[in-house]
Design a protein around this ligand. Structure first.
Ligand SMILES: Cc1cc2nc3c(=O)[nH]c(=O)nc-3n(C[C@H](O)[C@H](O)[C@H](O)COP(=O)(O)OP(=O)(O)OC[C@H]3O[C@@H](n4cnc5c(N)ncnc54)[C@H](O)[C@@H]3O)c2cc1C
Length: 589
């Protein structure tokens, strides 16, 4: 197993920092990434064409193509950090620009070598690719899709419509899910890479752009195929393997999708910090009010929890790939949900400035909140991901009680600055036979945290939080164990239980990141302040315990208060992050 070198890590850090420097420069007043410019595009419902040009020039699309095919995609954490950088400036831009990785990824997962090489060339030349799965009458229910691909003498004939497709009109290339067997079912669909440029104009038509509340400038449209003939080589993978390829590919793309929530949290915290540092009420700073500090601390804890879960998942694709069917569902359900709640709380802090268009940051917060709503919906909504997790409850229960877990995979995923094994998308599996090692490792993690507090490395209250958490995990797993699966009639209580399991994963991931990220712990700057005395760990565990209903009201206030101090001290051009500043942002020139 090849391991990413220190040199490769330095290169990735500098690329993320380079993008942030570029966009920060362009975010100055009047620039094409400034809040005023973005607000204007939003009002005009205009496509972010200039941002596209800038990202193309930066070579962002090369990060969508695996290195074996001539691109730069060899690290999922790097990819999500790049997405996060763009997202923290403008979500609409990344929703539009990021679609190509979703459209291309199925070919990286299951395409023929010649097909993948051809597509790599197209993506590297900035050709847009979209992914068309859903239809007007079938959103989450992909198995009811009606668009058909029928074998013809010289390939396949396409008939039907895909709707609500991002870049549906603009993208020349479409990765299309089509019914290839009248009976349907899990082996009744196939994926095709369709090149619209090769079709006669009569073979397809585009649907009008749908107007949306968020991501207003983005091309959300669709397409109808009218007996379009495509060559046999357009098929991706085997006939009937479409759903399987989609599910495996989403184990990558859903993690990429949650980087939008990380960027949204960065942006929201920056706005909140900027407002709270200046606002004075009742003769003192607003940030001095205890209730405000608690809310700010909770928001920051949610942002850090999201970062931990997303980074562990991104690293997990490399280190623990056979468990990604579980980890991805957890991540895509939890992180956007935390993001929506975090934005609600920041809205509360900003008060009127959260809704006024011309008084504070060009109304950026209101646009951000609208734009973010889509993250929990696309690429598998929250309920779809919870459903996928529920389907694996029996495996998760058995694995938890076995007491076994993949210690190397967990350590690799949780070591935020550690080396990564090669990216091997062919290792992804539909089910996790070994359950979820992160959750299964909780008893061991709690014991280690206990030893650290005994040695004075962590305050004693963190050990108490960890012990409370371990008891709650046991209780959640007892419920998971007694769940009786039913593929059709999944009760509401199972969705609630899935949400609780997600929080068990989040708490476990926090403890593991604490235990395995020594390097980050010695960093200076914001990251250093977060790591001192377990400030972030304590606040994140408090947040998890509260969300699990396992902590009394006010139990986390002390931890949130300390975290609020860190947030208020973050320089305006930096972000709150557990990863050392140079990885996340880069020092300013
Ligand atoms: C801005 C935007 C961009 C998009 N881009 C793309 C794209 O590029 N490509 C593409 O293929 N699609 C795209 N979509 C479509 C998107 O993936 C679908 O909207 C999504 O899958 C949900 O489908 P739906 O909204 O039709 O909801 P439905 O499937 O009708 O579901 C409605 C609601 O029912 C509930 N529900 C659904 N299933 C379950 C279940 N199993 N158990 C319990 N409750 C359930 C949920 O509350 C859900 O929200 C996009 C959508 C939007 C809004």
């Amino acid at each position: 197993m090849a391991v990413e070198s220190a040199q490769a890590q330095r290169r990735q850090r500098s690329r993320v920092a380079e993008l942030e420097r570029l966009l920060a420069e362009l975010a100055r007043e009047g620039g094409p990434f400034s809040s005023g410019y973005n607000a204007r595009l939003d009002r005009q419902e205009a496509y972010p064409a200039e941002a596209f040009r800038i990202l193309d020039e930066f070579g962002m699309a090369s990060n969508y193509v695996p290195t074996r095919l001539g691109g730069r995609l060899d690290s999922v954490p790097e990819l999500i950090q790049l997405f996060r950088v763009v997202s923290r400036h403008d979500l609409s831009v990344i929703v539009a620009y990021g679609k190509t990785i979703l459209g291309a990824a199925p070919t990286w997962v299951a395409g023929r070598p010649d097909q993948a090489r051809w597509l790599a060339g197209e993506v590297l030349s900035s050709t847009m690719v979209t992914w068309a799965l859903t239809e007007r009458h079938h959103g989450a229910d992909l198995l009811s899709g009606e668009l058909t691909a029928t074998r013809s003498a010289d390939g396949w004939r396409l008939d039907g419509t895909k709707w609500l497709i991002n870049n549906g009109t603009r993208a020349p290339l479409v990765c299309l899910l089509a019914r290839t067997s009248a009976e349907g079912g899990s082996r009744g669909f196939s994926l095709f890479l369709v090149d619209k440029r090769e079709l006669p104009p009569s073979a397809y038509s585009h649907l009008p752009k749908e107007r949306t509340h968020g991501v207003r400038g983005v091309d959300i449209s669709g397409m109808t195929f009218h007996g379009a003939h495509i060559p046999p080589g357009a098929l991706i993978g085997d006939v009937g393997a479409g759903i399987e390829i989609v599910l495996k590919t989403m184990q990558l793309t859903r993690i990429v999708a949650v980087s939008l929530s990380l960027g949204a949290a960065d942006h929201a915290l920056r706005l909140a910090g900027s407002f709270l540092r200046r606002r004075r009420l009742y003769g003192r700073g607003l940030a001095e009010l205890p209730a405000v500090r608690t809310t700010l601390g909770e928001v920051a804890a949610s942002a850090l929890l999201s970062e931990v879960v997303a980074m562990v998942a991104a690293r997990g694709v490399h280190t623990i790939s056979t468990e990604m069917s579980v980890i991805t569902s957890i991540t895509k359900a939890l992180v956007p949900t935390l993001g929506d709640e975090l934005l609600r709380q920041v809205g509360e802090l900003l008060g009127a400035r959260g809704v006024l268009l011309d008084v504070f940051a060009d109304g950026a917060f209101e646009k951000l909140s609208r734009d973010h709503r889509i993250v929990a919906i696309f690429d598998g909504s929250t309920v779809v991901n919870r459903n996928a997790l529920i389907n694996q409850f029996p495996l998760l229960a058995r694995a938890y009680h076995s007491g076994r877990w993949d210690s190397a995979g967990v350590a690799g995923a949780a070591s935020l600055t550690g080396p990564l094994p090669d990216l091997d998308l062919s290792a992804l599996t539909l089910l996790s036979r070994t359950g979820c090692s992160m959750v299964q490792s909780v008893p061991d993690a709690v014991a280690q945290i206990g030893r650290q507090t005994a040695r004075g490395k962590l305050p004693a209250y963190v050990a108490r939080q960890a012990a409370d958490f371990a008891r709650t995990v046991d209780a959640v797993l007892a419920e998971v164990t007694s769940y009786v699966p039913s593929s059709r009639e999944v009760p509401d209580s199972a969705f609630t239980l899935a949400a609780r399991y997600e929080l068990c994963f989040a708490g476990a991931a926090c403890m593991r990141v604490w235990l395995h990220s020594e390097q980050a712990a010695v960093a200076g700057g914001t990251a250093g302040a977060l790591w001192r005395d377990g400030t972030w760990l304590s606040a994140c565990l408090a947040r998890v315990l509260t969300l699990l209903g396992a902590a009394p009201e006010g139990a986390g206030d002390h931890a949130y208060d300390r975290l609020a101090d860190v947030v208020l001290a973050v320089p305006e051009d930096h972000v709150l992050s557990l990863v050392p500043d140079d990885f996340c942002l880069g020092s300013r020139a």
